[in-house]
Design a protein around this ligand. Structure first.
Ligand code: SF4
Length: 314
């Protein structure tokens, strides 16, 4: 185990703590992050998506450390209108934008499909000059399997359109990096280790909520890491925290970019909610293209049931 890694059992133990204990832990992590920012002359802020987790983080951080703590929202122009409204109603939140539109990103880099890890595997297999990396992404190395393309998604390697995880990098990460550099700022994010295998392994590798590094680009702070989705709801109810109304709509589990193909294979009704509420936005997204192929086509190929293609079953 590397020096700063931890055992997964410790994460599990923390995830089983009562909410009160998690709040204490999170306040400690925020306090350490704010102290680090002061020490390195950086402006702290909460990376605010308008989603439930970052709503909780912003509320808790402001409740304990003061309302002047800033939130920063990156708008791709493809969020649910309810999210944009909620962000605009939240005090002291700055809105930033990516350099490219989602349409341009999809055209240039490919569709975000399945998951960040699997999309990266597809991109690596299709583009890398390293035979070793290509072989690992396809078959693993015997002992390890993380980042290996699952058999179910092998077909994506030969599709005429590209699959890539680059979308998040260009639409979300770059604008924040640019903001951090130009305003001498550092972010806290509201991600949870339990959200995905990738986030869980990142938490374990980082050895906790905060990573402080002499290279400020490597500093990472995710003070809610050990929380679960249920904790966030419990906190919201306990403190009567205002949250985005989109969460009260049936079928909505995650917000963010409405066209995202990550997790689309679960057919969880996300596109139906979009289609029912905002058919124009839905049609615009389905017509995004890569190499002349539409997002609609790529989602069909994944086996996603699209709401405007479903036949009535009676
Ligand atoms: S959430 Fe999905 S659509 Fe949005 S930037 Fe990330 S990969 Fe792209």
């Amino acid at each position: 185990m590397r020096a700063n890694t931890m055992a997964i059992s410790l994460l599990r133990e923390r995830q089983a703590w009562p909410l009160e204990q998690k709040i204490d832990h999170t306040v400690g992590a925020i306090d350490a992050f704010l102290a680090y920012c002061r020490e390195h002359d950086r402006n702290p802020y909460v990376s605010f998506s308008g989603g439930l987790n970052s709503t909780v983080l912003l509320h808790l951080a402001r409740r304990v450390f003061g309302a002047d703590l800033k939130g920063v929202f990156c708008s791709t122009g493809n969020e649910f209108p309810e999210i944009v409204r909620f962000v605009r109603q939240t005090p002291n939140v700055e809105i930033i934008h990516p350099a490219l539109t989602p349409r341009q990103v999809i055209e240039q880099y490919g569709f975000p499909l399945v998951s960040k890890e699997q999309a990266r595997a597809v991109r690596d297999i299709r583009t890398t000059a390293s035979e070793k990396l290509r072989s690992y992404r396809l078959h693993g190395d015997g002992a390890r399997r993380p980042g290996v393309l699952a058999a179910r998604w092998r077909y994506l390697v030969d599709e005429p359109y590209m699959t890539s995880e680059k979308c998040c990098e260009i639409l979300k990460k770059r604008p924040f990096r640019h903001y951090n550099t130009t305003t001498k700022s550092l972010a806290m994010v509201g991600t949870l280790a339990g959200e995905s295998k990738l986030r869980q392994s990142q938490y374990i590798r980082r050895g906790g909520c905060n990573v402080f590094d002499a290279d400020l680009r490597k500093v990472h702070s995710a003070p809610l890491s050990i929380w679960t989705g249920a904790d966030c709801w419990e906190y919201i109810r306990r403190y009567a925290v205002p949250y985005c109304e989109i969460y009260d709509v049936e079928g909505i589990e995650r917000t963010g970019c409405v066209f995202c193909g990550f997790g689309a294979q679960f057919n969880n009704g996300r596109f139906r909610v979009l289609y029912n509420r905002y058919p124009k936005l839905y049609c615009m997204a389905m017509n995004y293209t890569n190499n002349g192929y539409t997002l609609r086509h790529a989602l069909r190929r994944m086996g996603v049931t699209l709401p405007d293609e479903q036949r009535e079953l009676f």
